[in-house]
Design a protein around this ligand. Structure first.
Ligand SMILES: Nc1ncnc2c1ncn2[C@@H]1O[C@H](COP(=O)(O)OP(=O)(O)O)[C@@H](O)[C@H]1O
Ligand SMILES: [Mg+2]
Length: 362
């Protein structure tokens, strides 16, 4: 007998700190039966700033009762409640990733904030959460989690195939013949470019890659950035949003003009994706790009010049703005069913591992 098919809402707020993505999905936890409505609720600029401050403080013993942390958690959760309501759709379960403020798997720490009990009560639905904790506790990287969803979506596409997600951080899922799966964080996604543009212009990001397109790559700065030992490290591996902060600060980037800095950071993102080729069992015949980075033509052009066949996931009928949220809808159903969330090829955990927990509304 097959598993029950459930209607699930997935909620994802990535390291870009741009807002909450919500998406509806029907699934048995293995296959995607149907996708449905999806939306993004942007964070108010003030919430974005508060989260940013927490991120900066999280490394240095942020107490769990910190008032700023508690306030931001409540505001963040309300934003998720609003996203669920805005979907205006019925569901059986919610998958709630929460906002990562710290990710240090080598110290067996990963921290996603959000009040699952509050969300469950407000929505009257069970909430699956804490997707990464069991994996990190078992010595895994705790990331990426999307590969199992990428595999479900890509079941009938030609292999080897790469699915590249460019959020704040970049991560790749490599799909080989059969069920073989390899995934890891490639390096920076949009975050360093977002931070650069924010510091120089006050804008949240380089809209349509206009600044980068008007700039020239500084090869010396780029070389210093690409010298980071992360790129030579074999998979599995994962990143914190701030992992390149120190290197960026000493790279000479700060001496560049706004446009040249943007062009150099785009090359950094594309260069790190291209460095990931060394860790893949075979060169992908195609790269499907999801996440906000695919909206940046400068990034897409830089990827195409290094990798060949690069296309947004829309090319195969997926929704690149909803994909991560859909993933947490499917993962919620997997949590409920006790199915594994992580695998040796995705997080380096010793054996396929179930995870997450369910918080009931009562
Ligand atoms: N039109 C656009 N031009 C350039 N960059 C864009 C555009 N739209 C979105 N982005 C980038 O995508 C990011 C959001 O990507 P997203 O996939 O939501 O990341 P995360 O999963 O980390 O939240 C923004 O911060 C921005 O850098
Ligand atoms: Mg986002």
């Amino acid at each position: 007998m097959g598993r029950p098919i459930l209607r699930a809402i997935g909620l994802m707020s990535g390291t870009s700190l741009d807002g909450v993505d919500a998406a509806w999905l029907e699934t048995d936890g293995e296959q995607v039966v149907r996708t449905g409505r999806a939306l993004t609720l942007p964070y108010a600029p003030e919430l974005r700033l508060r989260l940013r401050r927490l991120l900066d403080r999280a490394g240095a013993n942020l107490p769990v009762q910190d008032p700023e942390l508690l306030e931001a958690t409540a505001a963040l959760t309300q934003c998720h409640v609003a996203a669920v309501r805005a979907l205006e759709t019925r569901a059986d379960i919610i998958g709630f990733h929460g906002q990562t403020i710290l990710h240090q798997p080598q110290r067996r720490r990963t921290w996603q904030i959000g009040d699952a009990a509050l969300l469950a009560r407000a929505c009257g639905l069970p909430v699956a959460c804490d997707f990464r904790l069991a994996d990190v506790a078992a010595g895994g990287e705790g990331a990426p989690l999307a590969p199992v969803y990428h595999r479900a979506l890509a079941h009938d596409l030609a292999r080897p195939l790469a699915v590249l997600n460019l959020g704040g951080v970049g991560n790749v899922t490599w799909l080989g013949e059969g069920d073989s799966l390899l995934a890891f964080d490639t390096g920076p996604g949009n975050a360093p470019l977002d931070d650069w543009v924010a510091s120089r212009t006050g804008a949240a990001f380089d809209r349509d890659g206009r600044l980068a397109a008007a700039g020239r790559i500084d090869e010396a700065v780029l070389a210093r950035l690409m010298a980071d030992p992360y790129f030579a490290r074999p998979a599995p591996k994962s990143l914190d949003r701030l992992d390149f902060a120190a290197r960026l600060a000493t790279s000479g980037l700060a001496q560049l003009g706004t446009e040249d800095g943007a062009a150099t950071l785009v090359a950094f993102t594309a260069g790190s994706v291209s460095a990931s080729l060394a860790h893949l069992p075979a060169r992908p015949r195609r790269w499907l790009v999801t996440g906000g980075g695919r909206h940046n033509p400068a990034i897409m052009a830089a990827l195409a010049s290094r990798l060949g066949d690069v296309a947004p996931v829309e090319e195969v009928g997926w929704d690149g703005d909803a994909l991560e949220a859909q993933c947490f809808a499917l993962l919620a159903v997997r949590v409920l069913a006790g199915l594994p969330l992580t695998f040796p090829g995705t997080t380096g955990v010793a054996a396929p591992l179930a995870g997450g927990r369910i918080v009931d509304p009562a």
